[in-house]
Design a protein around this ligand. Structure first.
Ligand code: SAM
Length: 278
């Protein structure tokens, strides 16, 4: 019988955020696959665990993934950890999970730290509906295309960003969403210098043109205001009545239908249509 792949979330800064269940899963697993073994060894030392650590990351996943799969198929259990937060969220864990699912190897996930959700919760922006956009790509064209696709997005948007790209990203966001769009810049979450600044894209850009960004960022960006449907003009309504009559409806039925479509009272529409000579 196959062993299990266990996604184990790790702290995004504060080591105290490792949960007892996550620590237990690391202790129980036959081996641990880590994005960067040098980072994960510190966590294991903190927990007083000695475990076999193998590496699984963006640049070796094509070889390491099948190797882990074989071990799982042979009945071993594997705990997957990444450098910080929930594996498979904007890191290579996603591919290993897919590989396991495609091969009927059971996968489970332990809930825990995730920078996106932590930042959203503390941002003060609407949390009822949101979209996770991850990292914008490095290529200028694809970054712009990504942002263009979000021009009419009304849900709160979550982006990850590294400090050296923050200024370019804020510039591109200002171009796409305008300077007045609300944004909450969350950095160093759970760490000593944790900061969440709620401002506008324009003000954030001006600030970081003068001060260099430090630390990893989550950007929570307010969604676009929903488009208000403009009420149709009386000319448009009469044109619609005439079009319906042209397609065979009686004046009474055409007025009834347009009244239903627009909410304009039947009598008003009827009088306007007669006055226009319809
Ligand atoms: N899987 C991780 C998670 O669940 O949050 C995310 C991994 S992604 C490779 C790393 C990005 O997460 C960083 O570039 C940054 O945008 C965000 N991040 C991670 N830790 C953070 C922290 N302590 N404060 C702010 N952002 C953080």
């Amino acid at each position: 019988m196959s062993g299990m792949l266990i996604l184990v979330p790790t702290p995004i800064g504060n080591l105290g955020d490792i949960s007892p269940r996550a620590a237990e899963a690391l202790a129980q697993a036959d081996f641990i696959a880590a994005e960067d073994t040098r980072v994960s060894i510190k966590l294991l030392n903190h927990l007083g665990l000695k475990k076999q650590l193998i590496s699984y990351h963006e640049h070796n996943k094509l070889e390491s993934g099948p190797h882990i799969l074989t071990r799982l198929q042979n009945g071993e259990s594997c705990a997957l950890v990444t450098d910080a937060g929930t594996p498979a969220i904007s890191d290579p864990g996603e591919d290993l999970v897919r590989l396991c699912r495609e091969n009927d190897v059971p996968v489970t996930a332990i809930p825990g730290p995730c920078a996106a959700i932590t930042a959203l919760a503390m941002s003060g922006l609407p949390t009822g509906r949101f979209t996770f956009e991850g990292f914008l790509s490095v290529g200028k064209r694809s970054r712009r295309e990504h942002l263009q696709s979000l021009l009419e997005e009304t849900r709160t948007m979550i982006f990850y960003e590294a400090p050296h790209k923050l200024l370019t990203t804020l510039g591109d966001m200002q171009e796409a969403f305008g300077p007045d769009r609300p944004i909450c810049l969350c950095r160093e979450l759970t760490k000593l210098h944790e900061e969440a600044v709620k401002t506008t894209i324009g003000q954030a850009l001006a600030h970081y043109q003068e001060n260099s960004p430090r630390g990893e960022y989550v950007l929570i960006v307010g969604g676009a205001a929903p488009k208000v449907q403009e009420a149709p003009s009386m000319e448009d309504c009469i044109a619609r009545v005439n079009a319906l009559r042209g397609s065979g409806l009686s004046m009474k039925d055409a007025v009834k239908q347009v009244s239903k479509e627009t909410g304009i009272p039947r009598n008003t529409l009827y009088d306007a249509a007669l006055q226009s000579g319809s």
